[in-house]
Design a protein around this ligand. Sequence first.
Ligand SMILES: [Fe+2]
Ligand SMILES: [Fe+2]
Length: 379
Amino acid sequence: MNTTTTPAKTIGEFDKELDQRHMRGQWQYDVQLEAIRKDGPLPAGVPFLWDWNTVQSTLNELSALMTESKTARRNVSFINPGPMVTGTSHTLLMGMQLVLPGEVAWAHRHSINALRFVVDGSPDLYTVVDGEKCAMETNDLVLTPAYSWHDHHNESASPRIWIDILDVPVFGFLRQFFFETYGETVQPLRAHPGDNVSLRSSLLRPAWEAQSADRIACRYPWRDVQESLRLHATSQGSPYDGIILHYAHPITGGSTMPTLDCHVQSLHPGFEGKEHRHTSSAVYYVVEGEGTTIVGDKELNWKAKDSFVVPNWMWHRHINRSESSEAILFSCTDAPLLNKLRMYREEPENSFNARRYPTVPADLQSNSETSDKPHSHQT
Ligand SMILES: [Fe+2]
Ligand SMILES: [Fe+2]
């Protein structure tokens, strides 16, 4: 006796019925699972470069169109051309902002973390963060952490431009936006210089106060970065990233902000970095030089003031095309967020932090001596 019966419907028809019941079968994810099994997470978005000439002419066009801005928020965001990505990467939003002479960008605060890297600055351009003035000279980095009040002022005679980088897509996905305007254009400054937050983030801190790592207004002046890069110029550096320095949080020494980490890297003339990949995505700004970053099978050819994005989990390598000049890149990643969630991975392992501190010269000497000699200081 034949016991088989013809099914009343195909699985495809059943899938459609499930849709109507607001359900989905696990088998519908099998193609994706197969891809993930072979190579790990699927990258979000695509590698892409925003050419400075296009960005500059866009900002100029915008300032001609919008001669007055009540909020001085002439900002254009860089949106990844890939599908399903609302920011520059799936977690980071990068853009550039132009502020005309005499303008003030209104005081406000929000739950998102933000930072500024200055493209065209001046001693007369500054951001007030929680009542403290932070100057914005060219290539300075200024942090406005979550919930810190901030307003921007251009008291110079020329239009000024900076890069904004924020963790907006993450906060959007998690539905964590809070936003508040101060109610007046400008927030009050701290009355006493001794109350400035920067005095709480230096090596000498008031011992009578409880220490806090939150809402630390911080400026990393470019002149300090340049000096550090100069001192490290003869170091071995990273085979992937050259001489790469971390903008450490001034109190914790850890990530620049809870969700964002910043680095600056110098690639020696002719540098050809090794290929690596990590689960974090990164946005880059070219401070100086000319080179190529190969991401997957795409070549991003960059020059000074260009910006580009390297999506998560894509193989990439940096090349300095010049045989005579350094190339310097500023970058921001979402790695701190992934680290906190124990999600961060890289290939090969230990692309970062693999080398030990330089050896203490006296330790080298004492190790080479055979002896039962006491390790005392001989005078
Ligand atoms: Fe803001
Ligand atoms: Fe990398």
